[in-house]
Design a protein around this ligand. Structure first.
Ligand code: GLO
Ligand code: MG
Ligand code: MG
Length: 411
């Protein structure tokens, strides 16, 4: 085999990407409410056991590259773009102004802002730590992010309380910690009401994001369902302003069915924002790009969301693998993630219109039409209809694999 010299490798990747085909144009991609996080594109490949493999990239480069791909919206943590020491100073104002210009120059919008309450040493004991000064600082941070959000024209604020928990049992008082955490959210909502009024804008949609493990060993709000209970616990002064940002993989990580978790959020009227990615059950947060692991489940998730009229953002919260280069992040990782999402979204539309699935579903819902309350008789009358469950599953896989358009024979 002939070695591929360093200078020829990008050309090879580009040629093979072209050979893959099936790409949507930037204009088509922009029609979807697909949002690109600063932190996903800027992820350098580092982790507890991993040194970085990519050079750092700033917001200017990320925004420019997203524009070229056709990702129409950008999302960020406060400290992804503003160093912690600059927060609340004139330097924050300057950076926010520079971001605004970069977004406008490239035709992007900022859809969501979020506060980093997990990385800095001050949050070692969580943003709802015992010490009142830590909590005061955390409340200030979330209020400051609300201001940044209004300045950048965002519609959403996200909260991921992954550090709300403990490593050693009994070290913290769970009920008190949850009350304190609610105080920070209340501060953000109350500040938002004032800030929105002053700016003549609607208030932000405040969305909580659950993750079952990492970075704490035990987490106080580990699932979207726990968060629904928290929102309705009476601790929030503005529960109507607070909804959910489920992440696909985070629900899978605890062994849940993401589609069922999303259904519960939809029924509660709280599915406002959605982090899209993929990974494996009961494993750590591998943040693989959407539908690379579970395409069939993703097709079904999108059927659920399309049929319930979900119109919120799809946030590409994944991590380009550390084997992907800086060039590959924007030339392969993001465009392929966006295109798989769009293809599955379109397929979900096909599923909803499919005559086989439609007729089978109607027949199941119609039942056999027997009267009376004899369970054996009811079962016997419906028995043949129930085979349609498996037929529907077969049809979904046919649509996913394109087999409904004909088959290929090798013999
Ligand atoms: C980490 C989370 C994180 C959040 C982000 C938004 O596991 O998925 O990326 O989505 O902090 O607040
Ligand atoms: Mg994740
Ligand atoms: Mg996330």
């Amino acid at each position: 085999m002939k070695p591929v010299a360093k200078e020829q490798q990008q050309a090879l990747v580009a040629r093979l990407m072209d050979a893959c085909g099936g790409a949507y144009s930037p204009q088509q991609r922009r029609k979807f409410f697909i949002t690109g996080p600063q932190w996903a594109a800027a992820y350098e490949g580092q982790a507890l056991f991993h040194a970085p493999t990519r050079r750092p990239v700033g917001f200017d480069e990320v925004i420019r590259e997203y524009a070229a791909i056709g990702i129409g919206y950008w999302t960020t943590h406060d400290t992804d773009v503003i160093p912690t020491d600059d927060l609340g100073t004139d330097r924050q104002q300057q950076t926010v102004a520079a971001i605004k210009k970069s977004l406008a120059d490239n035709g992007l919008k900022c859809s969501m802002v979020t506060t980093e309450t997990f990385h800095h040493a001050v949050f070692a004991a969580s943003p709802a730590a015992e010490s009142p000064e830590i909590r005061r600082y955390a409340a200030w941070r979330v209020c400051n992010t609300v201001d940044i959000g209004h300045e950048l024209g965002a519609e959403f604020a996200v909260y991921w309380p992954g550090s709300l928990g403990y490593y050693t049992q009994g070290a913290i008082d769970e009920t008190q910690t949850l009350r304190w955490y609610a105080e920070a959210l209340n501060a953000a909502c109350e500040h938002d009401i004032q800030a929105a009024k002053a700016k003549g804008r609607p208030t932000l949609k405040h969305c909580m994001e659950a993750k079952p493990f990492e970075p704490q060993a035990e987490i106080l709000l580990p699932t979207s369902d726990a968060m629904l209970a928290f929102i309705n616990s009476g601790l929030l002064t503005h529960p109507e302003m607070v909804g959910l940002n489920p992440e696909y993989l985070h629900e899978l990580m605890w062994g849940g069915a993401p589609r069922a978790a999303l259904a519960r959020a939809l029924l509660a009227g709280k599915l406002w924002h959605f982090d899209i990615n993929d990974g494996y059950r009961l494993k750590h947060d591998v943040d693989i790009a959407v539908a690379l692991v579970n395409p069939l489940d993703w097709l079904n998730v999108l059927v659920l969301l399309r049929s319930h009229g979900y119109n919120g953002p799809f946030n590409l919260d994944y991590k380009p693998p550390r084997t992907t280069s800086n060039y590959g992040v924007f030339k392969v990782s993001f465009p392929t993630a966006v295109d798989r999402f769009i293809t599955l979204w379109e397929m979900a539309g096909e599923v909803m219109e499919d005559s086989v699935i439609r007729e089978a579903t109607h027949a199941l819902k119609a039942g056999a039409g027997v009267s009376g309350n004899d369970p054996r008789e009811i079962f016997e009358a419906n028995k043949e209809l129930l085979t349609l469950h498996e037929l529907i599953a077969h049809r979904l896989v046919q649509i996913l694999l394109g087999l409904h358009r004909g088959r290929v024979y090798s013999l």
